[in-house]
Structures are given as C-alpha cells and as structure tokens.
Ligand binder design. Structure first.
Ligand code: S3P
Length: 179
C-alpha cells in the first residue's frame, strides 16, 4: 500500500473539493490528475478533447497517473473516467487507500451538468450520455475502491471527516493520529 489517499468517483461527486478539504485537515499534499494533465498540455481539458479527442485525453491521463508512482503521503483526486483502463485501476490501488465518492444519479447529474465544463456532457442529450457512462462505470469504482462514502447529505468537510474516520479505523491502535 502506497500511503496515499486516492479519491475516485463519477463527475460531480466532489473529488476536487473534498480533496482540498482533506489536504487542509491533514496537511497532506493535494495532487489532482486533471490538473497535472492541463499543466503538462498547457491547455484546458475541453481544449484537449477538442484537439486530441477522448483517446488523446485518456493517454495523457494514463501518463499522469503513471508519473505518480512512488508518491507518498498525498491526497490524490482523479478524473471520473480514470477507472476505465485496467492498468490505471491497478496503479490507483498501488498508490494507497482508494475511496469512492458516490451519490444518487440525480444529485451527480445536477452537479456535473451545472458547471458546463465537462466535454463528455456537451452533447444534444447529456442526460442520456450521463446515464450510460454511470452504468458502465459503477462496477469499476466498486472494483477499485477500498470503501465508499455517500456524499449527498454531507458537506465537503463532512465527507472529508468521514474519510479520515475510515482511515483511522483501518490503522493499528498505535498508529492512530489524533485527527
Ligand atoms: C471525465 C471527468 C472529468 C475529466 C474529463 C473526463 C470523465 O473529471 O477528467 O472531463 O470521463 O468522467 P471530473 O470527474 O473531475 O469531472
């Protein structure tokens, strides 16, 4: 186990915001794979999709994740589609404890569609695409995750605290931190 906490889940589940809270509460460094991709490409995610398509984006995503090998003590937040590749799923598990942030489809869709910055939902019928992707991916989040947190009725701080409680319950008594 690589000693990091890895956040996975569908678009709109709150990975980035919860990751920030977790990093703040623990003093751990925050690493966001989407941010790494944009820094490396020098352009935004919608621009990558427009210029290189989803295939190009997925190759960049796999490379960003690979670059994290050996990282320790970080909160790692990821893009919703990172679980699609089997190699990525193995890498996520090797990095540390994997937490799946989940919520009912209605809640995820409302949050994901609101921002208007997700290229996969910029279609004529975003709800149809959303439902298909969610159906395809749920089993993959479940496969890769050590545990799941339901986020709909919690604020970001509440989700972060639940993750910390889960982490503490998995450590031996002598390793427990006061958090
Ligand atoms: C994607 C989710 C996005 C981003 C890209 C593709 C996906 O991240 O990586 O637009 O395939 O679900 P968020 O989950 O942070 O929205």
């Amino acid at each position: 186990m690589g000693g990091n906490i890895v956040l996975v889940g569908f678009m709109g589940c709150g990975k980035t915001s919860v990751g920030r809270r977790l990093a703040h509460l623990t003093g751990m460094k925050l690493v966001d794979t989407d941010e790494l991709i944009c820094e490396d490409a020098g352009v935004s995610i919608p621009e990558i999709f427009a210029e290189e398509g989803e295939v190009g984006f997925r190759a960049r995503e796999a490379a960003a994740l690979e670059s994290l090998e050996g990282l320790r003590g970080a909160v790692i937040s990821t893009g919703g589609g990172i679980v699609l590749a089997v190699t990525n799923r193995a890498r996520l598990r090797a990095l540390g404890l994997v937490c799946w942030l989940d919520a009912p489809a209605e809640v995820l869709f409302e949050r994901a569609a609101r921002s208007g910055r997700r290229p996969l939902l910029q279609t004529e019928n975003p709800r149809e695409v959303f439902d298909r992707l969610l159906a395809e991916r749920r089993a993959l989040y479940e496969e890769v995750a050590d545990f799941r947190v339901q986020t709909a009725s919690l604020d970001h701080e509440g989700v972060a605290r639940q993750i910390l409680a889960e982490m503490a319950s998995r450590r031996g008594p002598r390793e427990k931190s006061p958090l």
